[in-house]
Design a protein around this ligand. Structure first.
Ligand SMILES: [Zn+2]
Length: 115
């Protein structure tokens, strides 16, 4: 379950930004996860809860919110973005496109900190 190590990496990133005294004030972590990133939001939530309960108790008051981003490709012919449905990498004009402009994301997009 690679989600556990992903969650640990998230906390590692927060550690470098927030001093210990501020970590318990973080109420929400926002993540953006592209459909191509191989991250299952449910597994990510479970991993988050497990890591918080065992080794990251300072984040007990914190929730994780995951936004799943669809895959977008760019078509060189019609200069448009199209959403990839069912992993069919074609533009709305039916031309194949592997010019992925969104879908690989795996990032922290923000945090809420209580004052
Ligand atoms: Zn097109």
């Amino acid at each position: 379950m690679h989600e556990i190590s992903l969650v640990k990496n998230i906390f590692g990133s927060l550690d470098s930004v927030y001093p210990v005294a501020d970590r318990s004030k973080i109420t929400k972590i926002y993540m953006k996860v592209g459909l191509l990133s191989n991250v299952e939001p449910i597994l990510m939530q479970n991993a988050f809860e497990a890591v918080v309960a065992t080794e990251r108790k300072e984040y007990q008051g914190c929730a994780l919110q995951i936004e799943v981003l669809p895959i977008l490709v760019y078509c060189d012919e019609c200069k448009k973005e199209s959403e990839v449905i069912n992993f069919k990498f074609v533009c709305a004009c039916n031309r194949p496109s592997n010019n992925i402009i969104q879908g690989n994301e795996l990032l922290i997009s923000g945090v809420d900190v209580a004052r």
